[in-house]
Design a protein around this ligand. Structure first.
Ligand code: 8Y7
Length: 276
């Protein structure tokens, strides 16, 4: 594990990963930050608000999204990453499944590879191995284009655990130390609302891997389906983040950094019976 992420995880409090979408069509930032300077501003704001990690993504993985070429992804992600690296020592994650992006992101000084496809693309394993960076492995059933059409499991938790067992073994064989891995059940990635809700309750079953757990529930459709209006999405997402952390998540990937940081401070203070 990179010393930067490892020392953050050593703090034994939940970490907040702020989302920076550099895509013209993202789940909910809708292209607001596709401009370089606005993107940098947004990151600096999230860091001031207490984000521990920033996750930069140039490929929309929202349900139904089209494939993005590696050239487009590189054009979107690398210049922003380079500018950010010059501005801050903060932990920066790159959300990508593309080996060429991983390679260039590592050269530009990123600290974590966040791959929703768990290094399944050709060459992703070997490239990730050579970067020496930590990797977040996420569970997904199917591919973003079609994953929400008919998600179906015989046993959700067993299948997710089997998936992680296999991917962890494959990573180790490729030379990626187990200590470099983070796991994520992949809320909304080939899952119905019922699946997602059950997963929050059963997060503890992923403890058997003894790896940090990351979760992303922020503004996802399960939250919006329950709370309805846009104004309630923030509160709904924070409730999800709190319960995920209570269930054992070590990192929450969120849009609303300021409010999530405040909510988690209360959770940690209550847990320690000491104001944090
Ligand atoms: C997740 C993610 C997205 C998630 C991890 C969105 C890139 C969809 N969701 N990465 N990425 N976990 N590790 O709504 O849940 O932000 S994209």
């Amino acid at each position: 594990m990179s010393s930067k992420l490892a020392s953050l995880l050593d703090q034994r409090r939940p970490l907040v990963m702020g989302i920076l979408n550099v895509t013209p069509d993202s789940f909910s930032d809708g292209g607001c930050y596709d401009n370089h300077h606005a993107a940098l501003d947004h990151v600096l704001t999230m860091l001031e608000q207490g984000a521990d990690i920033i996750d930069i993504g140039g490929e929309s993985t929202r349900p139904g999204a089209d494939h993005v070429s590696k050239e487009t992804e590189i054009e979107r992600v690398i210049p922003v990453l380079e500018s950010l690296r010059a501005l801050t020592d903060a932990c920066i994650s790159v959300d990508t499944s593309t080996p060429e992006v991983m390679k260039q992101a590592a050269a530009a000084g990123c600290d974590l590879i966040n791959d929703v496809r768990s290094l399944t693309r050709a060459d992703a394993l070997s490239v990730a191995a050579t970067t020496s960076l930590p990797v977040c492995l996420m569970h997904m059933q199917g591919e973003p284009k079609t994953m929400q059409e008919n998600p179906c499991y015989e046993n959700l938790i067993d299948e997710i655990c089997a998936f992680f067992s296999e991917r962890i073994a494959v990573c180790e064989e490729a030379g990626i130390d187990r200590q470099r891995l983070i796991i994520d059940p992949g809320f909304g990635f080939g899952k119905t609302p019922e699946h997602n809700l059950m997963l929050v309750n059963r997060l503890g079953q992923l403890d058997t891997f003894e790896l940090p757990i990351l979760v992303g529930l922020s503004r996802k459709s399960t939250i919006s389906k329950i709370v309805g209006s846009d104004e309630s999405l923030k509160a709904g997402s924070i409730a999800g983040a709190l319960l995920a952390v209570t269930g054992g998540a070590k990192i929450v990937r969120v849009h609303d950094v300021k409010e999530t940081v405040a909510a988690l401070k209360i959770a940690t203070s209550i847990q320690r019976e000491q104001p944090q």
